[in-house]
Write a protein that binds this ligand. Structure first.
Ligand code: PLP
Length: 411
């Protein structure tokens, strides 16, 4: 039988006239662009070493996967469930949060979201009105400015540098405040800088925000990944005065190597938690029940596999730092948390690198990919030109090989 198709519409991939102003203003993630370029080189058979990963390179621990497999067979998990999350998972978050960070909350304060990103997005929906300002220390994680802008918020960047350990001071925050300031984004351990704020600085920033009546969204998604003497302290634990104006964001992605499962959460005062639940009930609804069951197994199960991954990251962190400090033209702090180093590459710009020169960190990232086939993420993506982010979530041998290539290029 022949089908006649009277009005075949061919999508014009270039057309964007109908795009909303909100989305037209959003830029694609620069981290994605470099990954795509590295992938296409790899597909062409080139031995690219990728320092761009923002996720653990380990498989999710077996007991978590097994819980998900079992959950697949239970018809109850084939149905809609509450938009704020399965009660058992919200309770597991209550217990694990108390045990790990000492923050005492109730189920009503916890909302399960699609990853930490979903929780952040919902938090902005709950808090930000158009024209309100959000303080964002740089370097910042790429999604923050875009997500804030989607809700009409105005980002006020507060820069930090390698010299101040990428930690923002109360004085710098104070200088950036206006009468329209609604919230501060606080991230420790930090992506991309790997910095961890000491408890007294977390407390000082929290007290400052409480005194000013400013909300704090504290992103604690890397809270299990702190090394050596660095110590993670949860913002509302360090500064109890902020608890009524604080949203804690966390999730399973980084700690349990579960980035693809999409389970995160927001912990917030009940009115805000309710608003986030309402927002989700009209948008994404519940996170996949199978993923939520896996997250329950993660939070209530043995922590041995997490400790093993932690030890591997710690070892790679040392390896990366040891090699980075040997490369001329680089200034770098030893990463204290997460799985990133964030060297300043200012000393390499404008100098000959194997016969070519780079005038910006963006240029340098392209040069490194083309000349020595290593993929790093330029600081421009994080609001800090002159730097590059290198993830150490990759095999030890690749870290060594990649950084030796860089050193040979410069020497
Ligand atoms: N917050 C920070 C600082 C991150 O680095 C990431 C992921 O890279 C997220 C939140 C989002 O995590 P998820 O994958 O759970 O959405």
């Amino acid at each position: 039988m022949v089908h006649h198709i009277p009005n075949l519409v061919v999508m014009d991939t270039a057309a964007s006239e109908g795009l909303s102003q909100r989305l037209a203003a959003i830029s694609a993630s620069a981290t994605m662009a470099i990954t795509a370029k590295a992938n296409s080189l790899r597909a062409a058979g080139r031995a690219v070493i990728g320092f761009g990963a923002g996720e653990p390179d380990f498989a999710t621990p077996v007991h978590i996967v097994e819980a998900a497999v079992a959950a697949c067979s239970e018809p109850i998990n084939h149905r809609y469930s509450p938009a704020a999350g399965l009660p058992e998972l919200r309770d597991a978050v209550v217990v694990s949060t108390k045990a790990h960070s000492g923050l005492a909350v109730e189920r009503a304060n916890v909302v399960i979201s699609s990853g930490g990103k979903g929780a952040l997005f919902a938090a902005f929906a709950a808090l930000i009105d158009p024209g309100e300002e959000v303080l964002l220390p740089s370097p910042y994680w790429v999604s923050y400015p875009e997500a804030i802008a989607l809700f009409g918020g105005v980002v006020r960047v507060v820069p930090t540098t390698v010299a101040d350990g990428f930690r923002v001071s109360v004085d710098a925050l104070d200088a950036a405040v206006t009468e329209r300031t609604k919230a501060l984004i606080f991230v420790s351990p930090s992506n991309p800088s790997g910095a961890v704020y000491p408890p007294e600085e977390v407390a000082a920033i929290g007290r400052w925000a409480a005194d000013r009546g400013i909300w704090v969204i504290t992103d604690e998604i890397y809270d299990h990944l702190v090394y050596d003497n660095a110590q993670h302290v949860s913002m509302p634990v360090a500064a109890p005065d902020i608890v009524d104006r604080c949203i804690v964001v966390n999730g399973t992605s980084k700690t349990f190597a579960m980035t693809g499962w999409r389970v995160g959460w927001a912990i917030a005062p009940q009115e805000v938690a309710d608003a986030i639940g309402k927002f989700q009930s009209h948008s994404m609804s519940n996170v996949s029940n199978v993923s939520q069951r896996a997250a329950i197994a993660a939070l209530t199960g043995p922590m041995g596999p997490v400790k093993e991954m932690y030890r591997a990251f710690d070892q790679r962190r040392r390896e990366m730092y040891r090699h980075l400090i040997e490369i001329p033209g680089i200034a770098v702090n030893e990463p204290e948390g997460a799985f990133y180093a964030f060297p300043s590459v200012a000393g390499q710009l404008g100098h000959s690198l194997g016969g070519r020169t780079a005038s910006s960190s963006l240029d340098l990232a392209a040069l490194l990919l083309e000349e020595i086939e290593i993929a790093v993420v330029p600081g421009e993506a994080f609001g800090s030109p002159g730097y590059c982010r290198l993830s150490f979530a990759l095999a030890d041998a690749d870290i060594v090989e990649g950084l030796e290539r860089w050193q040979n290029l410069v020497s």
